[in-house]
Design a protein around this ligand. Structure first.
Ligand SMILES: O=C(O)CCC(=O)C(=O)O
Ligand SMILES: [Fe+2]
Length: 261
């Protein structure tokens, strides 16, 4: 499908996504699916089966395509995000990774981009393809203005981060890091995704998730992030995640949801 043939509402959304760099899609998942995911992540959390547990409050699971294929595979190229992924990345769209997060305790994420190298690819080779990454993040709990948020810097889809912060853009819990301080001072847009909503965004736009108060008893803020890339990226590129678990879960061909369609 080309962009020209998109239904009017999808085209309008796509224009917003390209202009802002991010788009909230309400009601992407139905409630039985949301509940099944909450139960699944609770089980893996209680079993301490996480792959990452960091100091800003994120606990992450990277191997769910292998461990929970019945729940995880339907999120790959999910109907709620497929028209946008296809319109932006076409058949080259490849799933890099599926990472679920829970935030059982206090949580203010570091400012980050999931794919850091977007503006710094000149050195990859004169004719190297410019890599691009799109995230689709499915929320399993409510982020009301009182309880949580996903915040983006405004107008950074097509604007580079100032070069002076080049060496400060890495995972850090240090809130005095110059890039962290610079992000704090920029104009921001707060999204409040609710249970079942998805956010699709260009992952080189700096963003930060946060929990604003304790979870209701028996619940944990949670989401599932799928990272899509336009082309295989060489091992060692600055990327928040690795592609091996997705390839192990789906096979190499299976990581291209729109190839052959
Ligand atoms: O905790 C959050 O809401 C942020 C998740 C995130 O960093 C992402 O979706 O890439
Ligand atoms: Fe992120």
């Amino acid at each position: 499908m080309t962009t020209a043939t998109l239904p009017e509402n999808i085209q309008r959304n796509l224009d917003t996504l390209i202009a802002d760099g991010f788009l909230l899609l309400p009601g992407a998942l139905d409630m039985p699916t949301v509940q099944a995911w909450r139960d699944c992540l609770r089980k893996h959390h209680d079993a301490k089966a996480w792959d990452i547990r960091n100091n800003v409050g994120n606990v992450a699971f990277d191997r769910l395509l292998e461990r929970e294929p019945a729940l995880a595979k339907p999120l790959v190229g999910h109907a709620s995000v497929a028209p946008y992924l296809r319109a932006l990345l076409g058949r080259q769209c490849q799933l890099r990774s599926l990472r679920a997060h829970v935030n059982p305790a206090a949580y203010t994420q570091e400012w980050h981009m999931d794919f850091y190298n977007y503006w710094q690819q000149e050195s990859e080779g004169r004719f190297a393809v410019r890599g691009l990454c799109i995230n689709t993040t499915f929320y399993l709990t409510d982020n009301t203005p009182e309880s949580g948020r996903l915040t983006f810097l405004k107008d950074y889809r097509n604007r580079p981060i100032p070069a002076e912060f080049k060496d400060n853009q890495y995972y850090t819990e240090d809130r005095n890091n110059p890039f962290q301080k610079w992000c704090e001072a920029q104009p921001q847009t707060h999204l409040h995704p609710m249970s079942g909503d998805a956010v699709i965004f260009f992952s080189h736009v700096p963003h930060q998730g946060a929990k604003l108060r304790d979870d209701a008893p028996g619940t944990m803020r949670a989401n599932i992030v799928l990272h899509y890339q336009t082309n295989p990226m060489y091992p060692g590129i600055s990327f928040v995640s690795q592609p091996h678990a997705a390839i192990a879960g789906l096979g190499f061909e299976g990581t291209f949801p729109f190839a052959g369609k």
